[in-house]
Design a protein around this ligand. Structure first.
Ligand code: GTP
Ligand code: SPV
Ligand code: MN
Length: 609
């Protein structure tokens, strides 16, 4: 047991210093390090991680200043069943979240944290989500006992001495406090392991006091507390209170051949295509795309009454498998510049990384994510399906200059999309904001490897926020309706549903090629915004005619395009409608009347079709 931890400089911010002291007294680290975010610190910590076996340095000729990490096989994704919203009242967490009373959760976790950093360094990471120049900078401080988390946070958020100085300069500013421990104390000289973690995991959020307590996992969204925990769960509760929106959305800038600019936001559940769409290389000549964000959007009304979005993140934490020059060349160029961390992918004999779908030809030999020899004959994948690249957003060759704009970009269209093998057409437009909110509130998708649990099970995922709503989902969908009442309908984004994942019922292949060809769908949307494209009324919404989708250079017949666009009334009425009714029943008296009315309208339209 340490009595007096070795420490780097503290802070003049009394409240922050007191909290750090209190956590240190509880968790008993050997040392306390205030993270300054410098290059020298990165070098020191990455070297430490290499020496400890957590990191393998990649060949600098392939990926300069980059590292490979393999997690414990039990710690590979977000743990939704261990994620809690600890509001004072259970009703405020709602029917979609796990709940415990704050005092009860804090008692449980205080016991877990007691001595949990023994033998380790406790790092204090000052960070800001969004721009430090924002009118109200969204400060946070994460305490963690993981150096992997520190270096990952340096990629994913604006961190360090400059942020601490800004916090100290505004002692009354709100600061979200995040406490993270991997839960692997090195008591009595116990040796460390490559990926310390604990079978007991809690990812707890206290929306009323703007706190996050995380224990037992070192991975991604469980441990990098600025991301899903702060920028979605805590921020969504702030946004409800303050009249803005914190959403699980990419932000894309589209430039048409005639030079018109449109900004599109897209909410797709985890591992359903946000990063890929955000980095699209349009398959249509003359169209250009730029990325503003690939995962999270914070949206507020501007003085002109339009909704403006910023990307609060600084890096990309993208799904590796499926990413290659053929599907997402911009992501490949981004990571090739280096300064990146790759987790749970395979290592090549040349000291580079590889994952399924990177190249058509498979390498002859790899070390897989579990550390075993791998060859193309192996019957397991070389990389975990939720393996990730963590890379600076600024390295993306097509990042929009507006990424640096603290007031964000005006959103013209919102897309809701999921992974649906059946029923949901390639694209349709909602009739108005309330109908669009209904489309978002009833969004569904097959589950993916981004969270632990079964994969491929269709579940409702409102606005792709099911795992990230920091309060009652009924209040959340109502907040969307309220946002719509604050603006002129004409100034609000138009809302669309898309589905890149519909399958041919004959051979099970995707009906739509996806990736760069999704630009054809974006083109139709832009033409709708500009009032020049045709759409057909269907019971679910406005669908393009097959001819309205630009098929120049597309290797599909008009019949195949029609199949991807088809609204099968029988399928909607007999299969989808009952699922939506069941979903809405789970809202109880929290279901907004406007959404009940939208459901009744859909039902009537399907029955009379
Ligand atoms: P998170 O980062 O977990 O939130 O995921 P995401 O929404 O950013 O998804 P991402 O773009 O990383 O895509 C996830 C998987 O879907 C990858 O394996 C992609 O290759 C695949 N994918 C993305 N877009 C398309 C598409 O248009 N069609 C098909 N068939 N697959 C796609
Ligand atoms: C997601 O699951 O949506 C991710 C990965 O982006 S994580 O950061 O782990 O949440
Ligand atoms: Mn992503």
């Amino acid at each position: 047991m340490t009595t007096q931890a070795e420490r780097t400089k503290g802070t003049s911010h009394a409240g922050l210093q007191a909290w750090v002291d209190e956590v240190a007294a509880l968790t008993t680290p050997d040392a306390i390090h205030w993270v300054d975010g410098s290059e020298a610190e990165w070098d020191r910590l990455t070297t430490l991680l290499v020496e400890g076996g957590t990191f393998t340095r990649l060949n600098p000729d392939k990926k300069p200043n980059s590292f490979h990490a393999a997690s414990d096989p039990s710690d590979v994704a977000r743990v939704e069943d261990r994620t809690y919203i600890c509001s004072e009242k259970e009703e405020d967490a709602g029917f979609t979240n796990n709940w415990k009373a704050p005092a009860e959760m804090k008692a449980i976790m205080t016991d877990l944290y007691r001595g949990s950093m023994a033998g380790r360094t406790m790092y204090v990471i000052p960070f800001v989500m969004g721009h430090i120049e924002a009118d109200v900078p969204m400060f946070g401080v994460e305490i963690t006992d993981s150096a992997y988390v520190v270096v990952s946070m340096r990629i994913m958020a604006r961190i360090g001495a400059e942020v601490l100085a800004a916090i100290e300069a505004k002692p009354d500013a709100s600061v979200v406090k995040g406490l993270h421990s991997v839960g692997y104390p090195l008591t009595d000289g116990k040796a460390d392991v490559k990926w310390p973690c604990n079978d007991t995991k809690y990812i707890a959020h206290f929306p009323e006091t703007r706190e996050i307590w995380s224990y037992g996992s070192g991975y991604g969204g469980n441990a990098l507390l600025g991301k899903k925990c702060y920028a979605l769960r805590i921020a969504s509760a702030m946004a409800r209170d303050e009249g803005w929106m914190a959403e699980h959305m990419l932000i894309l800038k589209l430039i048409s051949p005639k030079g018109s600019v449109h900004y599109v936001a897209g909410a797709f559940p985890s591992a359903c295509g946000k990063t890929n769409l955000a980095m699209i290389e349009p398959a249509l000549d003359g169209w250009e795309a730029e990325m503003v964000g690939d995962d999270i959007a914070w949206m507020r009304f501007g003085a002109d009454g339009r909704l403006y979005a910023i990307n609060p993140e600084f890096g990309l934490f993208g799904v590796a498998p499926g990413t290659g020059m053929h599907s997402n060349p911009n992501a490949m160029v981004t990571v090739d510049k280096g300064n990146s961390i790759f987790t749970n992918v395979a290592l090549t004999d040349e000291g580079d990384v590889w994952w399924e779908g990177m190249t058509k030809a498979k390498p002859h030999h790899l070390i897989d994510w579990k550390g075993n020899d791998w060859t193309p004959e192996s019957d397991t994948p070389s990389s975990h399906p939720n393996s990730r690249f963590c890379t600076p957003a600024k390295q993306c060759p097509m990042i929009a200059p507006e990424y640096d704009e603290p007031n964000g970009v005006p959103i013209d269209a919102i897309l809701f999309g999921g992974r649906r093998g059946t029923t949901v057409p390639l694209v349709y437009e909602s009739r108005d904001w309330a109908h669009g909110v209904f489309v978002g509130a009833t969004l569904s998708s097959e589950t993916t490897a981004a969270a632990t649990g079964a994969v491929g099970v269709v579940r409702r995922d409102p606005m792709a926020m099911l795992p990230f709503i920091g309060y009652n989902a009924g209040d959340y969908v109502n907040h969307w309706l309220e946002i719509g009442k604050q603006a002129d309908e004409s100034k609000l984004p138009k809302i669309y549903q898309v589905n890149w994942f519909r399958k041919d019922d004959e051979d099970g292949s995707f009906l739509w090629p996806g990736f760069g060809d999704n630009a054809r769908v974006l083109k139709w949307i832009v033409e709708r915004l500009e009032g020049t494209a045709e759409a057909v009324e269907t019971p679910v919404g406005l669908v393009p005619t097959p001819a309205a989708i630009d098929a120049t250079g597309l290797d599909m017949t008009e019949e195949q395009v029609a199949k991807a666009l088809a609204v099968n009334v029988g399928e909607w009425r007999d299969q989808e409608l009952p699922l939506i009714e069941e979903w809405f029943a789970s809202f109880g008296d929290k279901l907004p009347t406007q959404l009940a009315d939208e459901l009744a309208t859909l039902k009537a339209r399907l029955e009379s079709a």
